[in-house]
Structures are given as C-alpha cells and as structure tokens.
Design a protein around this ligand. Structure first.
Ligand code: BG6
Length: 465
C-alpha cells in the first residue's frame, strides 16, 4: 500500500509572502507591511522600501503564469491565504472592498481552469494593521466580530469555488510571536500572560464560530484548524525531562484539543489556576467551541528537544526554537532536519484525534544558485529533492501505519519571502523567482530540477519516490 487514492498533492503559499501589490486596488496595510525584517528586526511606523513583502514575487499580477506552472506539475490542490486587508482594508468597516474580492474570484477561477482545488487560509499572519494598532489585535474581544464579518463575506462570495478552509495559520504560534500571529501591538515583553491567553481564547472562539458558519453556509465545506507542529522529544530519559516535555507539548496540544474536542482540557485549566490566569468566557462561548473541525492540518519542518536543565541553550527553529537534538543535522538556517519526526507526528495526531490529517506545510529553505544547463536557466537543487523525498517516504510510512492522511502541500512551491527573516534568499520553491534581497532581479520564473521531480511524484501518486 502506498499513498491513498485521491491524495491531495500540491503546494502552499500565503498572500503576504508572495502577492506584493501591498497598496493596490484598495488594499489596506497589514501587519506584514511594517515588519521589513520579519520577526528578527523592529517594526516600522510606515512601510519602508527595504520591505521585500511590498512587492513579494508580484504574484498579484503574475498569478496566471504561476498557476499554469502549478498545473504543469500536476497540482490537485493549491493552498493560499486571503489577505484580510484586501477585503476589509481597515478590518472594522461595514462593507468590503469589491476589487479585493474580485482578485480572489479570478485566482480561484484560474485554479479551477486546471482542475486545481483551492485550499484557503482565512488568516495567515496578515491582520489589518488598523486592527493591531487600534484594538491591540486579538487581545480585544471585538476582533471576533470583525473576523466573523470577514468570514461571512468570503464564505458567501467563494462558497461555490472553495471547499477546503483553514481558520488560522499556525494558531499556536501566537504564544511565541503575538504580533505576527495575533496582531497584538503590545510589545512581547510587556504582554501579560493574562492578555495573551485571553487573546488565544478569542481566536479559539472565532475559529469555532467560523467552522459553525462555514458548515451552515457551505454544506460541502471541509473546515480545518492549522497547527505549527514540532514533535518534542525529551533530551534524556530523566523523568524530569520527560515531564517537562509533556508540559511543553500540552501547551501546543491545547490548540488542537480545543478544535477537535470542543472544550478546554484539564491540564490547561491547571496551568491557568497556577499562573493566576482567568479566562473570561462570555455566555455562549462554551456552546460555540463545540463546533469542532472536519480535519486537522499542520506545518512540519523540524523537531526539537526539551529538558528540565536550565543550562541547556535553545536553538533556532520555526518561530519557536527548542533545545537542539544531538542526533540531527540542521539546514543553513539552523532548523534541524528530522524526516522520521513527520511519521511520528502523523501517528501522534491520528492516535489523539482520529480526524483526517493534512500536511499543509513542509520544505527546505535553502540558498539556490541559478545556472544555465543546455541553454536553459535552472537550479540543481538535489538537496531539496533529498529533503522532500525523505519526508514523503515517512508520510507513506504513516499511511501504512493506518493514519488517514488527506494530502500534502509543500511550503513555498514557488519562491517567496520568508516569514521569519523576510528574506528572499531563503528559498523553498520548485520554481525559482529572479528577485534578490537588494531589490534587483527580473521577477522571471525558472523551473528547478525539483520541479520535474515533484511532477513525477504526483503523476505516479508517490510510486516514484
Ligand atoms: C511557517 C509559516 O511558520 O513557516 C510560513 O506558516 C513560513 O508563513 C514557513 O513561511 C517557513 O518559515 P520561514 O521563516 O522560513 O519563511
């Protein structure tokens, strides 16, 4: 047995990392427009020319060419997000921006032209800046109402074109990057645990509300949560390390648990009690949370270790670093590579949730070199093929374990701007985009070696791996 029949092969991007056109056709500013250095640098008051995201890879104007390339690879599904501030420029107005709505109509039509199913993230690290500045993002309960209006608008508009929806990208990352993930304007070191977890509560209620509304408005919709997954291993078999690992895993599982089970788990209530956190529930919240998801999606790039030993330093990693694993190698950006971790996490979620699983992000960020081969410009990215091949073989293993895996959309199927460092030289794509961090480049697209490799994988439903 190999990959399931009808496995959804494809690729993933997010609006703010590829579209550019940051102020065109009525789009309002979003949080990404003021973070020219991603999470590593300070945010600015206004958009500045060194912000690579303002132009991105100009997907807004070139999407037809790009979708055609995805179709050539044989994509069954294409994951992207809707930029909230294209639809509601400030986030709190009553009526949407028609030009923003039209853009996604055109994009989804283009996908369907080739039989590609869109998979849409409703909120992917691109909260309208006005909501961040005026309301402090998700700390404020009013955000639920703004999000609801946005969700109703896009469900009504795209209900016939989009079947797969994700409510929030990597919803658990708000614990680590409150501005990026939750549009929380208060500086991270000044944000209280009380406000942070109240913001989490608002997002969880909003997510369940979106699921409820989606099921009512689009009867055949499949609505999922999206978790940043990072399997966490105890650094040693010392029971202190094992318990510390369990507690740290709980902090992430909290998000999936509420989405799948529909209520707050006991371990979190204990954490709140012991840390003097009191989550304010409004009447009706408990009922809303019972609207559980149809599937669980997640990103997977790396695993980490955890220890009770405070002398162990944290390493680098996808928004939430952990203690490095002495058995693993790392990417050029210090993200440790652990293909088996993907089989592990698939089994872990399946055992815990018994819900279909969707890997909606996975990939290797690397520096690529454009070269000429037989008169054609390309990238010989064997390192990327190697990474993806090893990970996909583990997905296959998990399928053999009996895990229900719906699909796989590798991250940044076309090169785009990095979320953490806002660089373009950290490339993930099968398609090379000629744009450099100094702003030079033609924006031309070139097929990498991995383009043909992935095309084969899809055509053979994984047999070629
Ligand atoms: C995930 C995000 O955290 O990782 C993406 O959902 C992001 O938006 C991806 O791009 C890879 O991270 P980075 O920092 O290499 O772009």
């Amino acid at each position: 047995m190999s990959f399931p029949k009808n496995f959804l092969w494809g690729g993933a991007v997010a609006a703010n990392q590829c579209e550019g056109a940051y102020n065109e056709d009525g789009k309002g500013l979003c949080t990404q427009d003021v973070t020219p250095h991603g999470i590593v640098g300070p945010r600015t008051e206004e958009p500045t020319p060194d912000n690579m995201k303002l132009i991105g890879i100009d997907f807004y104007h070139r999407y037809k060419e790009d979708v055609k390339l995805f179709a050539e690879m044989g994509f069954k599904v294409f994951r992207t997000s809707i930029a909230w501030s294209r639809i509601f420029p400030n986030g709190d107005e009553e009526t949407p921006n028609e030009k923003g709505l039209q853009f996604y109509d055109d994009l989804f039509d283009e996908c369907h032209k080739y039989g590609i199913e869109p998979l849409v993230t409703i909120s992917h690290y691109e909260t309208p800046l006005h909501l961040a500045k005026t309301y402090d993002g998700w700390v404020n309960r009013k955000m639920i109402g703004f999000y609801e209006r946005y969700v109703r608008t896009i469900f009504a508009r795209y209900g016939k074109k989009v079947k797969y929806w994700l409510t929030f990208n990597e919803i658990n990352s708000v614990l680590h990057e409150p501005f990026l993930s939750g549009g929380i304007y208060t500086e991270k070191d000044k944000l209280s645990q009380q406000d942070l977890y109240q913001a989490v509560h608002h997002e969880l209620v909003a997510s369940a509300l979106a699921t409820k509304i989606g099921h009512e408005m689009i009867p055949d919709a499949k609505i999922g949560c999206m978790i940043l997954s990072m399997p966490t291993y105890p650094l040693t078999p010392c029971p202190d390390d094992v318990i510390r690992t369990m507690e740290s895993v709980h902090k992430n599982d909290f998000f999936g648990d509420v989405h799948v089970r529909g209520y707050y788990p006991g371990y979190m209530k204990r954490y709140f009690r012991e840390n003097n956190i009191e989550i304010k529930f409004e009447p009706g919240d408990e009922e809303i949370l019972k609207n559980t998801v149809d599937f669980v999606s997640f990103s997977y790039y790396m695993s980490i270790c955890e220890t009770a030993d405070p002398a162990q330093a944290k390493g680098k990693g996808n928004l939430m670093g952990g203690v490095p694993n002495p058995y693993l190698e790392a990417s050029e950006w210090g993200w440790q590579i652990d293909p088996q971790g993907l089989r592990y996490v698939l089994n872990y979620y399946w055992d815990r949730y018994q819900k279909p699983l969707f890997i909606v992000e996975n990939g290797l960020g690397a520096v690529d070199k454009l070269v000429e081969k037989d008169g054609v410009m390309t990238v010989e990215d064997d390192y990327r093929i190697d990474y993806l091949q090893k990970h996909l073989l583990q997905v296959e293993e998990a399928a053999r374990d009996g895990v229900d895996v719906m699909g796989y959309t590798s991250w940044g199927c076309i090169d785009l701007v990095s979320a953490s460092t806002a660089e373009l030289k950290k490339r993930y794509g099968y398609i090379y985009v000629d744009r450099n961090d100094d702003g030079t480049g033609t924006l031309n697209r070139y097929k990498k070696k991995s383009f043909y490799w992935y095309k084969d994988v899809i055509a053979t439903n994984g047999e070629s791996l």
